[in-house]
Design a protein around this ligand. Structure first.
Ligand code: KG4
Ligand code: ZN
Length: 325
């Protein structure tokens, strides 16, 4: 039995977790900083970094206590090394290095995007590569093929905005505040996507682009001027959501037709989206088994980092796992 302590501080969630054998979550303590950043309408990097440093000691104690584990029981410390906000990453890495040195444990730096894929392994005990993965977060929309543990190949990504970023910006245009993605998801449930449809972005190949869709929404709202009713807002939230979701799934469908795989994973913060979860199941159908982690494992958390870190130790990757796919 191997126990890994995970630390995640790449953006605005401070999280510490203990995971057994890369698969079993013993604790996963997550502190969201949304209340701190709300008045600024987005994440303020300096504030986030300082807050990570203030909160980590408490969260560490709590994660160990919840898991009923002592530092001497741990086999590995795994910490997110990138990608993310540099100041925030430095805090996590600094704390991880300090703990590993003080406890005399090995330390591994983890790629945050690998973490999102490994979140699915925590949810599905027998899930193993090869798999097709779609990581949709605030900064990435990456379609990847995972051939084996620690071996990823990017099949497609976004040319401009990531899906989460597009949701956040659209939410801001609709006056939904921060964090935008979940608010847009809620409002879209009361709208009709067909009443005032928006274009569905479609590039050749497996690439994504969401900036044109964002501009289309901006112009539409500008044309409506001061006459935007609450129902207009809900309809546009639903139309925007449908365009993003169908675009994400169109490429996933194409990738599935080109590559024979039995497992599909959709993960990252945007995988919490209600419509994406429903439509993904329909699009994948019986062609493969679809795993979308439960909501608390879709958004940033340290359990996924502990899992990815423990597998990176067993199957050493051929690239620097903290920086690249
Ligand atoms: O993976 P994540 O927690 O952090 C990053 O690594 O970026 O993803 C955060 C992103 C944000 O853009 C957020 O608005 C989006 O995920 N998100 C959602 C939903 N929940 C979170 N987007 C649409 N619908 C949701 N329910
Ligand atoms: Zn993330």
């Amino acid at each position: 039995m191997a126990l890994t302590l995970g630390i995640e501080t790449s953006c605005d969630e401070t999280s510490v977790a203990v995971v057994q054998d890369g698969r079993k979550v013993l604790s996963n303590v997550i502190h969201s900083q949304v209340d701190l950043h709300r008045e600024f309408g987005g994440v303020v990097p300096e504030l986030a970094a300082r807050h990570h440093l203030e909160r980590l000691p408490q969260l560490l104690d709590l994660a160990l206590e919840k898991a009923s584990v002592k530092p001497s029981d741990l086999d590995l410390v795994a910490v997110t090394r990138g990608p993310g906000l540099v100041g925030c990453l430095l805090v996590g890495v600094g704390v991880g290095e300090g703990l590993a040195a003080a406890w005399d444990k090995p330390l591994t730096g983890v790629n945050h995007l690998w973490g999102h894929i490994y979140a699915a392994m925590l949810a599905q005990p027998d899930l193993e590569p090869p798999l097709l993965g779609l990581v949709v977060s605030g900064a990435h929309s990456d379609l990847v093929r995972m051939r084996e543990h620690g071996r990823f190949e990017v099949m497609g990504r976004t040319r401009d905005d990531a899906a989460g970023e597009a949701f956040d910006k659209a939410a801001r245009m609709l006056g939904l505040g921060f964090p935008g993605g979940p608010a847009l998801d809620r409002l879209a449930r009361t709208g009709d996507p067909g009443r005032q449809p928006l274009p569905r972005p479609s590039l050749p190949g497996l690439e994504y682009s969401f900036s044109g869709l964002k501009t289309a929404l901006l112009y539409r709202l500008r044309d409506l001027g001061g006459k935007v009713t609450p129902q207009d807002k809900a309809d546009h939230a639903a139309a925007f959501e449908r365009s993003v979701v169908e675009s994400l799934l169109e490429k996933l469908d194409k990738a599935l037709k080109e590559t024979h795989v039995e497992e599909v994973v959709i993960a990252g913060g945007v995988a919490a989206n209600t419509l994406l979860r429903r439509r993904a199941a329909e699009v994948v159908g019986t062609r493969a088994r679809l795993t979308m982690p439960p909501l608390e494992l879709c958004t940033d958390n340290a359990a996924m980092i502990a899992s990815a870190g423990s597998y990176a130790r067993i199957y050493p990757p051929d690239v620097d796992p903290s920086l690249s796919w």
